[in-house]
Design a protein around this ligand. Structure first.
Ligand SMILES: Nc1ncnc2c1ncn2[C@@H]1O[C@H](COP(=O)(O)OP(=O)(O)OP(=O)(O)O)[C@@H](O)[C@H]1O
Ligand SMILES: [Mg+2]
Length: 249
């Protein structure tokens, strides 16, 4: 939000960060005196990959912020006026002493899932994309393990049983296609989604050699990823091995 505010004030301006306790909420405010936004922009700013900055922006800053706010049981409001500036107000519940107690007792993370929920390995070298995928998958109830490149991903994959691997194509070192092939050599059945980047051209050879179950082009939607989770869970519940030959979807 701070970087966005700076981007919105190319001629300079005032950035104000403040916190405030209001009733049973804590309010965190990020306000700028920059360009502001028209309504058709404002209504889309939390969508993954929405940007007005062309190549300079990935359009992920605010969708990742949104996920972080939600994980803290907060919500966010935006006021913006063209030519005047923008104010983001994040509201979080105040944690009482009994809640603090509860958090210490249960630990900050849920215990290992015994309910058969999915364990998914996410591989992407872009922090934002990894965060976003983790957010979406965790909200769908999955346990997510993250890797930034192929070799790290493979050693994690060898260590423990995953239900699915989601990998980016443009990774440093080993490409996503190579990683997919290596995963397939180790495991015929694991669900495999390859997420292709903006400029990536996908040849039929690459696609069939990778033996991915899904090719997901960026920009993807939250619904697309959530839909994959549904498909993977259904297959898992039915004990069905994914059809690894029909790569293109
Ligand atoms: N403070 C702001 N003032 C004006 N417009 C804003 C502001 N914050 C966000 N926006 C608009 O919302 C869009 C989405 O913001 P977001 O942070 O998600 O992506 P980005 O800044 O374009 O790229 P990235 O954050 O991935 O580098 C921006 O492209 C911009 O149009
Ligand atoms: Mg941004």
């Amino acid at each position: 939000m701070v970087f966005n505010a700076v981007d919105a004030m190319p001629e300079g301006g005032t950035l104000t960060l403040s916190t405030q306790e209001a009733g049973d909420e804590v309010v965190l405010t990020v306000a700028d005196t920059g360009t502001g936004m028209a309504e058709e922009v404002r209504s889309r700013i939390f969508d993954p990959f929405f940007t007005t900055k062309g190549k300079a922006g990935m359009g992920l800053g605010l969708s990742v912020s949104y996920g972080i706010i939600r994980r803290h049981e907060g919500r966010v409001e935006v006021d913006s006026e063209v030519g005047r500036g923008t104010t983001f107000r994040m509201k979080f519940p105040v944690i009482g002493e009994s809640d603090t107690q509860r958090i210490h007792e249960t630990g900050p993370l849920p215990a290992a899932r015994a309910d058969g929920s999915l364990r998914i390995l996410v591989v992407d070298d872009e922090d934002y994309v990894r965060e976003l995928l983790a957010d979406i998958l965790e909200r769908e109830g999955c346990e997510v393990v993250l890797a930034g490149e192929g070799r790290e991903a493979l050693s994690l994959f060898d260590g423990s049983g995953f239900d699915a691997v989601f990998t980016d194509v443009g990774l440093p070192g080993m490409s996503g296609w190579e990683l997919s092939r290596a995963v397939r050599e180790r495991d015929r059945a694991v669900a495999l989604a390859v997420i292709t980047g903006w400029g990536d051209t996908v040849t039929a050879e690459e696609q069939s050699a990778a033996q991915a179950d899904w090719i997901v082009p960026k920009p993807f939607t939250i619904e697309r990823i959530a839909g994959l989770v549904d498909e993977i869970s259904q297959r898992k519940a039915a004990g069905v091995k994914p059809a690894t030959t029909s790569a293109a979807r």
